[in-house]
Design a protein around this ligand. Structure first.
Ligand code: AMP
Ligand code: MG
Length: 453
């Protein structure tokens, strides 16, 4: 249980205080479930993943060539090659049928098991196929696939162990290869599969209900009439939730009436949601009923954060009769405000529920420098939408201190909390501290890239 964190008073909470209160309300990550690897990309391991086989499982060839005994070719040179009798072949996917005796060779393909008593593979490029008498019968280096020649000429000495991949040299069997809390990217999926795993235990994707509010907000495709606007937040927040690792579920659009918001929320609670993200209606206007609805179905935990945009951010919880908890996020309706408060508070909560560790909840910071003057509201931390200056190769330009040169997305007018067009081109958020009212061009800022984990 969380103690209400200085809620509803006159002091605005800092971003850190508000985020700490949100994360403290998360009792545990979602429960583990089994997922096939084909559905596991981006999921978070709920337990250490164990290798079910050594890799490689047996000694195998790193080259197309001939499995030999290195002593046999110790004197081989370009002009005076050594002739070996070719006594068989091992293809990838087949087990060797013979041993390599002194003076003999077995043709072998990359990835095929090394036959007994061979201690090296000589690559095909260093060989020439020959007849039984040792007369060349084909071109040097061209015999990886043709009919098996009776003999082969080896043109170079090779050390014992050459071109042999030893069993277990990549990984041994039965060790932890990926730790609980790891996010499964493509390479981790390949490692899981390559070590013999067909499934993984990952945390269930948190179910995220998305509810837009506003008498003026219209579902996609609906006529706007004289006073309607299309719903930008519903689809935008659903996309953000999915990208953060959640499973978004749309709850539609509620009118600016307490009963309507409440009944949408109540109906949603039957859906076993881990959180509900509501946009609009959390400010101080007469029709801003979302906080009252949160308080009726659950408990308000905090309201109002010293942030720009996004000050009216609200957060509450419902402890459900089934013993589970649903988090309630109230984001301001302006699309940019809802986007920024999602980044600051909702995304970390989804990632925590997904099972990511505490250090991985917010995006990593970079250093930037503003190339123009900016001003902001005093006492609030601003998250400016910015784009990086780029060189001809398309790389962000950094100054001598290594700071990325950034300018305001959409120019000065792009910073309004309703300006979707500037949000859509922004590459990063530039953070201006509470204590500052204006920043001159050339001032350093913290940068929060929007496409970095
Ligand atoms: P509110 O937070 O309800 O006061 O809304 C602030 C501004 O955001 C108003 O101009 C609303 O019309 C606008 N707005 C609210 N919800 C949405 C939405 N789902 N899509 C686009 N704009 C919205
Ligand atoms: Mg509204």
């Amino acid at each position: 249980m969380t103690a209400p964190t200085a809620p509803i008073g006159d002091r605005l909470l800092s971003v850190e205080e508000a985020r700490a209160a949100v994360l403290a309300a998360i009792v545990s990550p979602t429960e583990p479930e089994v997922a096939y690897l084909s559905e596991a990309r981006g999921r978070i391991l709920a337990e250490d993943l164990i290798s079910l086989t050594a890799l490689p499982p047996w000694d195998n060839s790193a080259m197309d060539g001939y499995a030999i005994r290195s002593v046999d070719v110790a004197t081989a040179t370009d002009v005076d090659p050594v002739r070996l009798a070719v006594i068989g072949e091992v293809r990838a996917g087949t087990a060797p049928e013979a041993e390599v005796e002194r003076g003999s060779a077995i043709r072998i393909a990359t990835g095929a098991p090394i036959p007994p008593r061979a201690d090296a593979v000589v690559q095909v490029e260093l060989t020439t196929p020959a007849d039984a008498a040792g007369i060349p019968s084909g071109e040097r280096g061209r015999d990886a696939a043709g009919p098996l020649p009776p003999a082969v000429l080896v043109h170079e000495a090779v050390q014992a162990g050459t071109a042999i991949r030893k069993a277990g040299d990549d990984l041994p069997e039965a060790i932890a290869i990926l730790a609980a809390g790891t996010r499964l990217g493509p390479a981790a999926i390949a490692l899981a599969a390559g070590s013999g795993n067909e499934t993984v235990r990952v945390h269930r994707r948190p179910r995220v209900g998305i509810l837009a509010t506003g008498d003026e907000v219209r579902a996609p495709g609906r006529a706007l009439g004289p006073a309607g606007i299309p719903d930008a937040n519903g689809p935008g927040l659903a996309a953000l939730a999915e990208e953060a690792g959640g499973h978004p579920m749309t709850l539609g659009i509620a009118a600016d009436r307490l009963e309507d918001v409440r009944s949408h929320l109540k109906a949603a609670l039957h859906g076993d949601l881990d959180m509900i993200v509501v946009s609009g209606g959390v400010s101080v206007g007469p029709y801003d009923v979302v906080r009252a609805a949160f308080a009726e179905i659950g408990r308000m935990e905090l309201w109002r954060v010293a942030v720009q945009p996004g000050k009216p951010f609200a957060f509450g919880v419902v402890d459900r009769p089934d013993g589970r908890r649903t988090l309630l996020f109230g984001l301001p309706g302006n699309p940019v405000s809802s986007f920024v408060t999602f980044e600051l508070f909702v995304r970390p909560a989804i990632r925590r529920l997904c099972g990511l560790p505490a250090g991985r909840l917010v995006r990593s910071y970079d250093r930037g420098v503003l190339v123009e003057d900016v001003s902001k509201s005093p006492g609030r931390r601003a998250y400016l939408r910015v784009v990086a200056e780029r060189d001809e190769a398309g790389a962000p330009i950094r100054d001598e201190q290594g700071c990325v040169r950034v300018r305001l997305a959409g120019g000065g007018r792009g910073q309004g909390s309703h300006v979707l067009s500037a949000l859509a081109i922004a590459e990063a958020l530039a953070i201006v501290p509470e204590s500052v009212d204006t920043l001159p061009a050339g001032a350093p800022v913290e940068l929060w890239w929007l496409d970095r984990d």
